[in-house]
Design a protein around this ligand. Sequence first.
Ligand SMILES: [Zn+2]
Length: 382
Amino acid sequence: MLLRTSVAFAVFVLVLRPGTVSECAQEPCTHIPHGSGESLEGFLHGGACQASNQGYIMRWSQYTFHTHAIAQGWCEHRSFPCPTCPCSPLQPPHDRNERDVISVGLGYYDPMWPTWLNPISPIYSSTPENHDLDSRIPGTSSPPPDGRGFTPYYVGRYALVQQSNLDPTACNMTPTTVQWSMALKSVDCLPTFRTQPNGTIIRVPNDATRVSIVAPFGPTHPITIAIEAAAKAWNAALVSWGESPIFDETAQTTLCTGSQGGHCVNVVIQHYPDAPLVCAAAERDPGGEDGIVDNNARIYIRPDYSTDPTYLRHLLSQELGHLLGLDDAVCGINSVMSGIAACNSLGTPPTVPSSPTPSDALPVADTSYGPGSRATCAGWAQ
Ligand SMILES: [Zn+2]
């Protein structure tokens, strides 16, 4: 019975609709999207270095911003008439449209804007440029085939942002975009940090209790005045970057007690035993696993010190900088961590600043006490 019914149906169709297009002509032929793997990366190159997220870059230097954008989707496009009848997902596609990256927009946040960490809607919009895949590889992008120039003009926190736009394909896959951002800190002096072998930065605590500095010399003594000026200057510089003030701005008159732990620094006028010729030195315990100093610290000042207030303020500011985790620097006037040619003079004109600069305080706020990277990139000279 089954066999006879089938034969009868076939005969029926053949007789009533001879010469027309196939029976599936009115069925909608569908577009079938595949894949969604879209990605966008950015790379900031300067000289031999590559800047990393949350890292430090030199102001006024030249960098090249590269991008790598990938689209992995495609769309099967079945159009009328179907290649064979009937339309079916099991059939091979009539056409296939690859997705492609058709443009990449680049922008950056000016560091004066507080919303710099928001990864979208760059303040400086830029005309999208056509990129294909990887601008680090010549010939795979246009334009610009060799990346795009970038120079940070301010000390501060930059965010580089990119957005890629993906081809919707000829069969109307929804257009999509991928966004990406990199946070960078532009400074006039690339920081180095004093660290434990386990990598933690050795620094005094920054919690609800301020760190006291002991000056048992009387309130009008030049070292007392310098201590209070240095503490005030560091606090102000840290607050300007969003960090809490760390030092007590009034010198403590009695020696540190053991219970003050890492929240107290004695200042003594004597040669540093390990290196008697240095102008001053900061000594503290290594801070244990977390790097946070646990016991009273000590600052040595060589007995033949100059009472010049500017000189003493530099000396104390640098030693407090060491207690905040910074190492010595070779940045001249751009960093209070810079060395001087000889004790008792800052040079004429001064070759180093007498107070912490914004470039000194930013790494303390963001890396000593924050999640910032320790990576640095010097860029190309202008
Ligand atoms: Zn030093």
